[in-house]
Design a binder for this molecule. Structure first.
Ligand code: MN
Length: 134
């Protein structure tokens, strides 16, 4: 089965780019544009990994991360914060909020997938045939 990645991102261009990269590398993608609907969708779909934009409308990414961590079903799911390169303090704050790691914006199409694969639970890493064939 393909690893399922829940992408929580309110910027349409970023959402498009991240979705494109993930699908191109063989991942299943679930999209959400705000925290509340993301939590709702995650309950139903059980993603293998969550990519979380920090700057979201209404509920920010830190709150979303701590909400996920308060649910036992999501205690072990990797949550990767997508933080702005300029906002250095965001990285520590995301880890404090329960995120597993972070990837910096702007998204670099060449390093995004290798970065993300570091956080996938083992056994779910070797599906990426296009990546290794390159
Ligand atoms: Mn945003």
């Amino acid at each position: 089965m393909k690893p399922k990645v829940l992408v929580i991102e309110d910027n349409e261009q970023n959402l498009y780019l991240i979705t494109f990269l993930l699908k191109h590398h063989g991942y299943d993608v679930i999209q959400a544009m705000d925290g509340l609907s993301a939590i709702e969708i995650a309950m139903k779909t059980h993603p293998d990994l969550i990519l979380l934009d920090i700057q979201l409308p209404e509920m920010d990414g830190y709150t979303v991360a701590s909400r996920f961590r308060s649910e036992s079903a999501f205690a072990d799911v990797p949550i990767i914060a997508v933080t702005s390169y300029a906002m250095v303090g965001d990285r520590e704050k995301s880890i404090d909020a329960g995120c597993t790691g972070y990837i910096e914006k702007p998204i670099d199409p060449d390093t995004f997938i290798p970065e993300l694969r570091k956080y996938l639970p083992s056994g779910r890493k070797d599906i990426d045939r296009k990546e290794t064939a390159r």
